[in-house]
Design a protein around this ligand. Sequence first.
Ligand SMILES: [Zn+2]
Length: 167
Amino acid sequence: MFCWAAGSASPFLRFSGSPIRGGIDDGRKMYSSPYIRFLSSRQERDWFENALHPALYVIVLIAARWHYLRTKKPAVITSLIRPDDPGVHGDGRGADLRTWELDQQGQKEWEDYLNFNFPYVFSSKKEARTAKVHEVKGEDGVSKGLHLHLQVGPLEPKPKPPESFII
Ligand SMILES: [Zn+2]
């Protein structure tokens, strides 16, 4: 829940929920983009807690804008942080977006657009890519359909937000 911080010199909205896990709790709320929605409060919390790699925010927003221009609907983020995941979802470098609104050709164009503009260069894995449409399976092994997986490489620089954004 967001509320005005009483007694604070900062005019920014302050997060009054649980402590930040690895994010930057400087009291500032992330920009609320009209291009995105969240499957549940869990993804919303991850997004607004600044828990993701800064480059992933950029890529997700560009992907969501493409989705909006194509479908006239915001993109739905279905998964961000999965704490027990040994891969990119474990440390804030992975995001999953719903593909329902796009046909197979549209999904391919979405994937190609993102891989063309965001080459997966910060990794030793030559075959890895930034965007990949693939099937998700539940713990029971049953398919939950397709999604667009987005990721940034482990060697991508991670600049820290400054004390003040005003120079
Ligand atoms: Zn994923």
